[in-house]
Ligand binder design. Structure first.
Ligand SMILES: NC(=O)C1=CN([C@@H]2O[C@H](COP(=O)(O)OP(=O)(O)OC[C@H]3O[C@@H](n4cnc5c(N)ncnc54)[C@H](OP(=O)(O)O)[C@@H]3O)[C@@H](O)[C@H]2O)C=CC1
Ligand SMILES: O=C(O)[C@@H]1CCC=N1
Length: 266
């Protein structure tokens, strides 16, 4: 049966099930899910009545030709070593694991392997999923995976060497931007009588509006700063402080994330 099997019903696994089924790109009888705990399997069955639930990873691997590994990088090789013995070799493995290379996976499963880096923002149909196909992936399988992820947001094909930096932007990015929104809102609360709720609502709406403005006008961030920061006014004082101090903060954060990326699956 050419169904999609998803191993791991955590943040990504549940987001994918929700996205694929809600968008209609897959029918309920085309998805099989499993997860380590009974609680997660039951949660999936309760959320999606009629969905296929496999009791074990091997049971799922026997049923599905496309197998999405949505477990943490530390668990990915263990799951692969469990399922490979029951696979016949013409399956398509789709690994979400940050930091685990195609060569490592192909070393355990010498067939079709694609690395996919989804983003939590696909929950609302936005953001970009990164896709990097291994050399063994045929046209049909490549288009199928690209079509699935196109149904829940944008898709960008990237080379494996670009994946770490692209992952920081597209996939860690929502966490980074959320932290920035939180900090900006928090600073205004500490400095004023705004309530945390008011500040967070304003900061969130402004972040969304700024992204929409940049996307729709095609202006650069520098152009926009120039439009907002009236000469001798308020914004330029804040932007000057950011430009003095943020490059160091961001360089350090990116370096730390890249270092962790290289170590996370080990
Ligand atoms: N979170 C994100 O925004 C992104 C994550 N990724 C990648 O996606 C993958 C999943 O991340 P995320 O969803 O955040 O992680 P979570 O920890 O939320 O989910 C992982 C799930 O894997 C299940 N699991 C663990 N071990 C096994 C096993 N041996 N067999 C079957 N299921 C198992 C757990 O099951 P249970 O609950 O049943 O115990 C858990 O629900 C990671 O590789 C990560 O690098 C990629 C891009 C973005
Ligand atoms: O933080 C992480 O490790 C995962 C991978 C990319 C986004 N979340």
């Amino acid at each position: 049966m050419d169904c999609i099997g998803i191993i791991g019903y955590g943040h990504m696994g549940s987001m994918l099930v929700n996205g694929f089924l809600s968008s209609g790109v897959l029918g309920i009888d085309e998805v099989v899910v499993t997860s380590r705990s009974r609680e997660s399997r039951d949660a999936c069955a309760a959320a999606w009545p009629g969905i296929g639930i496999a009791a074990t990873n091997r049971e799922l691997a026997r049923q599905c030709r496309t197998i999405v590994l949505a477990v943490r990088p530390q668990e990915t090789k263990e799951v692969l070593s469990e399922i490979v013995p029951v696979m016949d070799g013409d399956e398509h493995i789709v690994s979400l694991a940050a930091g685990i290379g195609l060569a490592e996976i192909e070393g355990m499963f010498p067939g079709s392997v694609t690395r996919v880096v989804p983003t939590i923002t696909s929950t609302v149909g936005q953001g970009t999923t990164l896709i990097c196909h291994g050399r063994q992936v045929g046209m049909h399988d490549a288009l199928r995976v690209e079509g699935l992820f196109s149904a829940i947001g944008n898709v960008m094909l990237v080379g494996e060497e670009e994946l770490p930096a692209a992952t920081i932007l597209s996939s860690c990015g929502p966490g980074l931007f959320a932290a920035i929104i939180e900090e900006l809102a928090g600073a205004t609360v500490r400095a004023s009588g705004l309530t945390p709720e008011q500040a967070l609502a304003l900061a969130t709406e402004t972040a969304a509006a700024t992204a929409a403005y940049l996307r729709e006008t095609g202006e650069t961030p520098g152009d926009l700063v120039g439009r907002v920061a009236t000469g001798g006014g308020v914004t330029e004082v804040g932007v000057r402080g950011f430009r003095e101090r943020l490059p160091e903060v961001f360089d350090e954060a990116v370096a730390a994330m890249l270092e962790r990326y290289g170590a996370v699956g080990k």
